[in-house]
Design a protein. Structure first.
Length: 262
């Protein structure tokens, strides 16, 4: 049974145009090479600071010191990283995410990290120490465990960058394969999935929902057979006049006027 009825289709069908992607477009068929982009890097923020809760003047959880500024990683620390391992992990990551058309060069990865255009916020943890030289907090590695944590930070930056870069390129390429077509009742974007609109209703109204479902089973839009309950003043159908289609909505208890917001 279809519970959605279109409004005034003669006034809009075939006269309104919509945009769709051409059927033969497949982004995976278009190779994309990773590139350095400062605009993307400026949007990357890795924040691993512990959360602190203040209640009645007491501090619950978290660290004693809050680092308000992003930390800076000394250049010589990047030489401690195993870039071949980073590259291998990144290649595995792009495969698991289905980015098969993304071409990645290890030199590009190094350029992204060495630029330091991203922001990393982190508190002191085992293996890592924060020093303040008066201008910017400096991240110091104090143990082998700290090197592993540094690796994890670099990994998070690269993963975030790749996600943002890939999605941007996908949108750009998709724009080249858009076309317009007239809107009809049969268009895929016209109806929600399964031709139904889901309305979330408070759990306390469970009994009302059960009754509505029962009434819907009695309703036949073809012959106008309305359940008796609908003919009473305490039941109604909401008509959304400003939309292309009208969802069938019933509510017992209160009668609203047509076009009233839900």
């Amino acid at each position: 049974m279809n519970y959605i009825r279109f409004n005034k289709s003669e006034e809009w069908e075939g006269k309104i145009y919509t945009i769709k992607t051409k059927e033969d477009f497949d982004f995976l068929e278009h190779p994309v090479k990773i590139e350095f982009d400062e605009n993307i890097l400026s949007k990357i923020k890795i924040d691993l600071r512990p959360k602190i809760t203040i209640a009645h003047g007491l501090k619950v959880g978290g660290a004693d010191t809050i680092i308000e500024e992003p930390v800076e990683i000394p250049d010589n620390y990047f030489e401690l990283l195993n870039w071949d391992s980073i590259y291998s992990d990144i290649m595995n990551y792009k495969i698991t995410k289905g980015m098969f058309n993304l071409l990645i060069d290890i030199q590009n990865l190094k350029q992204i990290i060495l630029s330091k255009k991203y922001k990393i916020f982190v508190a002191e943890i085992s293996g890592l120490k924060i020093e303040n030289n008066g201008s910017k907090p400096i991240l110091r590695v104090t143990s082998f465990d700290g090197i592993k944590k540094l690796y994890d930070l670099i990994w998070m930056v690269l993963k975030d960058y790749i996600q943002k870069f890939y999605r941007r390129e996908e949108k750009r390429k998709t724009m080249d394969y858009l076309e317009v077509e007239p809107l009809t009742k049969e268009h895929s974007v016209m109806l929600p999935e399964d031709n139904e609109i889901v309305i979330k209703i408070p759990r306390r109204l469970t009994n009302d929902i059960a009754e509505v479902i029962k009434h819907l089973g009695e309703y036949n839009p073809d012959n106008g057979n309305l359940p008796e309950e609908w003919k009473k003043w305490d039941s109604f159908i909401v008509h959304l006049n400003n939309y292309l289609y009208t969802p069938l909505i019933i509510w017992k208890k209160t009668k609203r006027k047509p076009n009233q917001s839900l």
